[in-house]
Design a protein around this ligand. Sequence first.
Ligand SMILES: NC(=O)c1ccc[n+]([C@@H]2O[C@H](COP(=O)([O-])OP(=O)(O)OC[C@H]3O[C@@H](n4cnc5c(N)ncnc54)[C@H](OP(=O)(O)O)[C@@H]3O)[C@@H](O)[C@H]2O)c1
Length: 329
Amino acid sequence: MNIAIVGATGLVGREIINLCEEFLPKDTIYTLFASSKSAGKKLKVKGKDYEVKELAEDNIESYDISLFSAGGERSKNFAEIFTSKGSYVIDNSSAFRMEKEVPLVVFGINENTISQETKLISNPNCTTMGLVMALKPLHDKYNLLNIVPVAYQAVSGSGSEAVSSLIEEESLGEKLDSDYEKGFYDRPIARNVIPLAGNLTENGYSDEEMKFVNESRKILNIPELIVEPSNARVGVKTGHGIFCSATFEEATDVQEAIGLIDSFDGVEYWKDKLPTPLDAEGNKKVLVGRMRNGLSDNRILNFWAVSDNLLKGAAFNAVQIARYIVDND
Ligand SMILES: NC(=O)c1ccc[n+]([C@@H]2O[C@H](COP(=O)([O-])OP(=O)(O)OC[C@H]3O[C@@H](n4cnc5c(N)ncnc54)[C@H](OP(=O)(O)O)[C@@H]3O)[C@@H](O)[C@H]2O)c1
């Protein structure tokens, strides 16, 4: 089996490398791509040194599966070249997520939308992914009508440059103040919360907030789902947290809801300890806590979910999809 990892030197790419070692066939041959600045760098996969290649048309051969995590522009420019040479492409960027014929796959929810005709597969946004994993077992039982998610997005969701900026800002200690302008974001992020994640769009919502709206509808297959999102960026390295208020058609029961979540593969309910981003970091599961009934209506469930944005939010889901293709193609 031949696997290409595009964006192999990035935060997501490096996690993909670790997970391939664990989940993909032992005799797999890897080809690693990144920008020209990384060409020639050596990275280890399964203890073997691989030289990173520049992502350029001349360097692209035929692969069975290619995992893309190098930004939307690279996906737009190169994914089709890879698929035309016979490769499945699992894309972590937002480039193709809302295209009708491209499956938007959360493994555990809708991997059955993958077929031999769907060579290009999109991996959802990291915040949406954690939330839909918690919502799916609840929706199956109570029929989801609307959600009000409030997200606390970690810095590693913005890539390696943002993490370096966070570390730099943290090193300033008390010297960091609200006038600091040298950081990755418009406002300082260490010891801080910026009440906007992503870029504002014309309707006053950010692109990150609109991903909640559009992607959760597509993944859960509820086109009429009402979504009222608010996304903040917080001074946390890894682990996106979400408070969600979800309204269902049917009356809900908290203990039953906890049981449903706990028995859904890939999600874990924490009763005795509050799950935080630090608990989620390095954990492949979505952690859920603080399940309560709405104060006004027992068709409402209010809860907290947190997950590692680099793992189930990106690399792990992509590798789960790759494994699914290996087993089913
Ligand atoms: N971070 C997350 O939590 C997360 C979650 C879901 C999806 N994603 C998506 O995954 C992708 C990667 O995110 P990341 O956090 O891993 O970012 P990152 O740490 O900044 O890594 C970016 C990767 O893209 C490569 N790259 C950049 N420009 C390139 C070019 N012109 N040609 C070839 N390769 C190029 C980089 O190579 P060099 O090292 O050579 O520059 C690096 O390997 C993005 O599309 C992002 O939206 C990220």
